[in-house]
Design a protein around this ligand. Structure first.
Ligand SMILES: Cc1cc2nc3c(=O)[nH]c(=O)nc-3n(C[C@H](O)[C@H](O)[C@H](O)COP(=O)(O)OP(=O)(O)OC[C@H]3O[C@@H](n4cnc5c(N)ncnc54)[C@H](O)[C@@H]3O)c2cc1C
Length: 346
């Protein structure tokens, strides 16, 4: 019997697992992929994420996970009237495959048992523990007092426990060789409704020009992507010589009020599984913070050798995530104040 089984070794799962193991809990972290694994992401680590990594993992983000240009200097938003908003802030440019692998290694060093290539299929609640069905080379079960589902936006576990999935946004991005008249140190987001159904973006990693669009209806990807490329050619002189790679992903569609699903009984949700994601798609800081908050709630509600106080578990977890939820709501108010796409969203 584990104290806690954490499902998913993204930033959320790694921060939760590491915090618990560092405090003497017996923790199993299961990850369905073999690491380092790919995760579609712009890989901008904002200052808040850098600070959280230092606080939770006790180290600076290592050079080995960075790509060029290594420093991100901020974000430039263009609203639906073509007006630019520039935010200067120190940040880093990372590859998620190596960043998440590094976090998982740090969790392992803190005492977490990390089991890769192992997917969680379901969680079955018993009177005072949870049975987690796992699929590695074969299908088998492990048990824990508490589970934290950090299996991302698509979360199998949440879908099975709560039924119908919530709203999703589909993201499509291409990695291209070419040239453009923009500063590679910034992340550019475009909120014009003719360019996407959510936002469109541009950034650079290791010489790849990355163009992305987010849509609600996947049938519209081709249309919006081609509108966005035309816009980038005419406004920023983009010239694409070669398209090397494409990526399709999903993320939760964050709605006004930023509703969160905290979990069900002994299965907590954290990170994107719970709905923690900033409306502009920045989710690493929310993942790190909510993973850590769930681990702290467990430490208060479950003293080893005693029974879990589930009521306390949820009240502490909710209290510990008030700040991150307020941050999401502030961001929501900002984007809806500059863009009609967000202002009109119901
Ligand atoms: C195109 C795009 C660009 C983005 N850019 C940025 C950015 O620049 N900066 C930023 O901060 N955020 C960005 N985000 C958001 C960010 O990627 C997410 O919010 C963040 O990764 C959420 O972390 P997580 O740990 O909750 O989930 P994830 O990172 O999705 O991790 C979930 C993990 O669970 C594993 N898993 C899934 N199912 C199972 C299962 N059944 N059993 C076991 N393991 C499982 C997955 O393999 C994965 O490793 C972007 C997102 C997208 C889609």
């Amino acid at each position: 019997m584990y104290d806690v089984i954490v499902i998913g070794a993204g930033p959320t799962g790694c921060s939760a697992a590491k915090e618990l193991a560092s405090n003497g809990y017996k923790v199993l972290l299961v990850e369905k992929m073999r690491m380092p694994r790919d995760k579609s992401c712009s890989g901008v680590l904002i200052k808040k994420s850098m600070d959280l990594v230092r606080k939770y993992f006790g180290e600076e983000v290592p050079q080995s996970v960075l790509c060029t240009p290594t420093d991100n200097r901020g974000m430039v938003f263009t609203n639906d009237k073509g007006q630019e908003y520039r935010f200067e802030q120190e940040g880093l440019n990372i590859w998620r495959s190596s960043f998440d692998h590094w976090l998982a290694t740090k969790a392992e060093k803190a005492g977490v048992e990390v089991r890769q290539a192992t997917a969680a299929l379901s969680c079955e609640e018993k009177e005072n523990y949870v049975i987690v069905q796992l699929k590695g080379d074969k299908i088998y079960c492990e048990t824990a007092k508490i589970v934290i589902a950090c299996d991302g936006a698509v979360s199998t576990i949440k879908r099975k426990l709560l039924g119908a999935p919530r709203n999703y946004i589909t993201t499509y991005q291409t990695f291209c060789k070419g040239t453009i008249d923009l500063d590679y140190h910034y992340f550019y987001a475009y909120l014009q409704p003719q360019l996407s159904e959510y936002d469109a973006w541009f950034n650079v990693k290791d010489g790849y020009l990355i163009f992305g669009v987010a849509v609600k209806d996947t049938n519209t990807i081709k249309h919006y992507y081609s509108e966005f490329i035309s816009y980038m050619s005419s406004h920023n002189n983009a010239r694409i010589d070669d398209q090397v790679k494409t990526e399709l992903w999903i993320m939760p569609h964050i709605m006004p009020g930023c509703p969160i699903d905290f979990g069900k009984d002994r299965v907590l949700f954290a990170g994107e599984t719970a709905g923690f994601l900033n409306p502009m798609g920045e989710g690493i800081s929310c993942g790190l913070e909510s993973g850590y908050a769930s681990a702290q709630a467990i430490q208060q509600a479950y003293i080893k050798g005693q029974e879990v106080n589930t009521q306390m578990l949820y009240s502490v977890y909710q209290a510990n995530t008030v700040a991150v939820k307020n941050y999401m709501e502030r961001q929501w108010r900002f984007v809806s104040s500059i863009s009609s796409t967000f202002a009109h969203m119901k």
